[in-house]
Design a protein around this ligand. Structure first.
Ligand code: BGC
Length: 296
């Protein structure tokens, strides 16, 4: 899972090619828009999940922090959230296991009273060339990235339907944000299991959104591009790798986890109330066929 420590905050980030560090916007953008809306974030002890958990808390939410390994990193996120004056809890669970997921949601709901937001974020890669890929590598990636999102979203929807809309809190009965990837659209050689899982997330998300909209449950996705997290360290941690990566990013900077956090806060808030079944690409233009900037 996206769950190793090693997250680097935007403030300490360096442009490894030696260019001046491009500016990233301040955080948080929307104080208090999620007040009274407890959230559960999977894979929240590192990378994008960690930033999203902190971003939701900065916007007023209490947060349940799911992790599978490195409990100390989950505790650190919880302490930061409590320092903001919000409630936090950490929950160990393997999102690909039905009983783990049911127990996790039961604990979070017992602690916070209910949940209004679920961010199905936990994800991992098990890369291999196609003919070398083992069934275990395939099943692990599909199990966490796709089945894990199903199991978590299903528990969230059960709670949202049970409770319904609480007018004083949000105009929606609940919000689900599925963490996808640019690879729901961009084929990725050497990563067939991962691309298949994210392509699956796209229609999983849209079909859920269509089915649940009449219950005033909003389901959307975020498709991050190359974000500075442990999952893709090799793509940015040397000047050579960073410069190569920038050939794929028209905006000419790597994404920071806070870029995704700000998108998640907005999508979860009532400001996005009419946004249903959409994938928000947060990728610096990676999906704009950058190879065509100079040809075609
Ligand atoms: C992958 C990263 C990759 C990025 C852009 C993400 O979904 O997890 O490893 O750098 O897509 O290709």
């Amino acid at each position: 899972m996206n769950q190793n420590p090693g997250h680097q905050d935007a403030a300490s980030a360096q442009n490894l090619s030696g260019e001046p560090k491009p500016r990233t916007p301040p955080h948080p953008a929307y104080p208090n828009v999620l007040h009274g809306q407890p959230a559960l974030v999977t894979g929240a002890n590192s990378g994008i999940g960690r930033a999203v958990a902190l971003g939701l808390a900065a916007a007023g939410a209490d947060v349940a922090i799911n992790y599978i390994s490195h409990p100390e990193a989950a505790d650190d996120v919880a302490h930061k959230i409590e320092a903001m004056g919000r409630r936090a809890m950490t929950i160990k669970a393997d999102v690909s296991r039905e009983d783990d997921v049911a127990a996790m949601f039961a604990r979070a709901i017992a602690q916070f009273g209910t949940l209004h937001i679920a961010i199905t974020n936990a994800g991992l890669q098990r890369d291999a060339s196609f003919d070398e890929m083992t069934l275990e590598q395939w099943n692990t990636v599909i199990g966490v990235n796709l089945t894990g999102q199903f199991l978590c979203a299903r528990e969230a929807v059960r709670e949202f339907k049970r409770r319904g809309v609480v007018d004083s809190v949000s105009v929606a009965a609940g919000k689900i944000i599925c963490m996808s990837s640019v690879h729901q659209a961009i084929p990725w050689a050497g990563h067939v299991n991962y691309a298949a899982s994210k392509g699956g997330v796209m229609l999983f998300m849209k079909s859920m959104a269509q089915e649940l909209a009449p219950s005033r449950i909003r389901v959307n996705g975020i498709a991050p591009g190359a974000i500075r997290t442990p999952i893709n360290t090799a793509a940015w941690n040397t000047p050579e790798a960073y410069d190569k990566l920038m050939k794929l990013v028209p905006y000419d900077r790597i994404g920071e986890p806070d870029d995704i956090a700000r998108a998640a806060v907005w999508l979860a808030s009532d400001s996005a109330d009419y946004v249903v079944g959409t994938t928000l690409f947060v990728d610096g233009g990676m999906t704009l066929y950058p190879g065509f900037a100079t040809g075609g």
